[in-house]
Design a protein around this ligand. Structure first.
Ligand code: MEV
Length: 453
């Protein structure tokens, strides 16, 4: 049974039912709210609610995010309507507009460079580092055999163990070692598979140390520290690229000609390659596109983010993930990014909207999805830079911002139309929009709690 304590603490919160959890939160932290503030977001179907509740722990509500679509994304000659889950306004609009622009200029070309995942088994060992080369082949055979029951199905799908290295980490401790294991995980992201196999290796490593005839008495001490996949996946990477003769790179309404646009664009990318402060923002824009696809397809965006940023700092300095060059009057823009994605397993089938997203994309394999996500990231990056080096980013943002303000002030359709016309070319602010609406309505409007704060 849960025990309420002083100072907002509680024992056994997870044991409470959902209604009790909500009530405890209301009583303890939310005196002005009611259970309705949580219930409002409940799924209409009990089955769906059960599915969602099973994804996580201590659940008290659902947290909806917009699910949008960027149509006209042409990747390797095939046209996709790309599902995107993101809360930031303008991102889907930017991806859509960029995708449409490139759809008439050859579309995106993508290529999976490699699709290998890594796992690590760390341990302390009493042997000498120089003995590893002699011992590894037999140890590897033994680990392979011990995990054959776990890897058989993955091997049938084209994945499985691809090899291993035995590393010494003297900078951590003179007896610290790592087995760095390479895996293929076919169409799954593979985290569960890799972790399960590594934990089996850990047990077998201990048995090997205790029983192998190849080891001498002073080589038998093994202490497993940890076994876990690595989210650093530089060998599971994809390249997305666009190219077009400069003369066809016109940007209507931008006020700059094609050659000038390309010159400014190229400089903007080079700034992000050389300056980490700009590179982080630049890459954030790329991840706006990639994360939205990763989320929509039920993949792990934290893993993708961590891997992308490690990759961006590969040579010791954080740099832009995309590159731009002009060769013989042709503009080339490309993005290389590690993307450990799956189209089977995990949430990809369990979350009904992730499954629908994959249906929308024609049930791609993992490598095809890597290409689609990378193309969306490049589309996003192109759109951001196109605005930044021409009109500035705020013009597009403010259009969306205005619509959000109008929604929060419950503007009617005619009020929206009139206000949008009025603010075209004017600076948008919450206060300004409120004042304009008050004038239209001829009444002073009550301020919300947020506005009064
Ligand atoms: C905003 O979410 C993303 C941008 O800042 C990206 C960029 O500056 O390249 C617009």
């Amino acid at each position: 049974m849960a025990q309420q304590q002083e100072n907002g603490r509680i024992n056994g919160f997870s044991k409470l039912g959902k209604a009790e959890r909500r009530q405890w939160l209301l009583d303890t932290f939310l005196p002005d709210q009611s259970a309705g503030d949580f219930c409002y977001f409940d799924a209409a179907s009990e089955d769906l609610q059960r599915v969602l509740d099973n994804f996580s722990e201590n659940t008290v509500a659902n947290f909806p995010l917009p699910f949008g679509v960027a149509p006209n994304v042409v990747v390797n000659g095939r046209t996709y309507a790309v599902p995107m889950v993101i809360e930031e306004s303008s991102v889907v609009a930017a991806a859509s507009s960029s995708a449409k622009y490139w759809s008439t200029r050859g579309g995106f070309q993508t290529e999976v460079i490699a699709s290998e995942k890594l796992g690590q088994l760390h341990f302390r060992w009493s042997g000498r580092p120089g003995r590893r080369a002699a011992l590894l082949p037999a140890l590897e055979r033994r680990l392979r055999d011990a995990s054959s029951g776990l890897t058989a199905r993955m091997e049938a799908r084209g994945g499985g163990l691809r090899g291993m290295q035995w590393k010494h980490l003297p900078e951590v401790h003179p007896q610290c070692y790592q087995l760095l294991v390479r895996f293929g995980t076919a169409d799954s992201m593979g985290a569960n598979f890799i972790n399960t196999v590594l934990e089996a290796y850990a047990g077998e490593l201990e048995r090997w140390a205790a029983s192998s005839d190849a080891l001498q008495a002073d080589e038998r001490e093994v202490e497993v520290i940890m076994a876990i996949l690595s989210n650093h996946t530089p060998n599971c990477a994809v390249r997305a690229a666009v190219s077009c003769p400069i003369e066809k790179m016109n940007i209507p309404g931008s006020g700059v000609d094609a050659a000038d646009f390309v010159r400014r664009f190229q400089l903007a990318v080079e700034i992000a390659r050389q300056d980490p402060y700009r590179a982080v923002t630049h890459n954030k824009g790329i991840m706006n596109g990639i994360d939205a696809v990763v989320l929509a397809t039920g993949n792990d965006f934290r893993a993708v983010e961590a891997a992308a940023h490690a990759f961006a700092a590969e040579d010791g300095q954080y740099r832009s993930l995309s590159r731009c060059r002009v060769v013989d009057e042709v503009f080339h823009f490309e993005l290389t990014v590690p993307l450990a994605l799956g189209t089977v397993g995990g949430l990809t089938r369990l979350h009904p909207l992730a499954s629908l997203s994959l249906d929308l994309l024609g049930r791609p394999g993992a490598e095809e999805l890597m290409g689609i996500a990378a193309a969306t990231g490049l589309a996003q990056n192109f759109a951001a830079l196109r605005s930044l080096v021409t009109t500035g980013i705020q013009r597009g943002h403010m259009k969306m911002h205005l619509q959000n303000i109008l929604a929060s002030l419950e503007a009617s359709v005619p009020e929206r139309r009139q206000t949008t016309e009025f603010f075209a070319g004017r600076t948008v602010s919450h206060h300004g929009v409120r004042q304009y609406l008050e004038k239209l309505r001829g009444v002073e409007m009550k301020k919300s709690a947020d506005e009064l704060r």
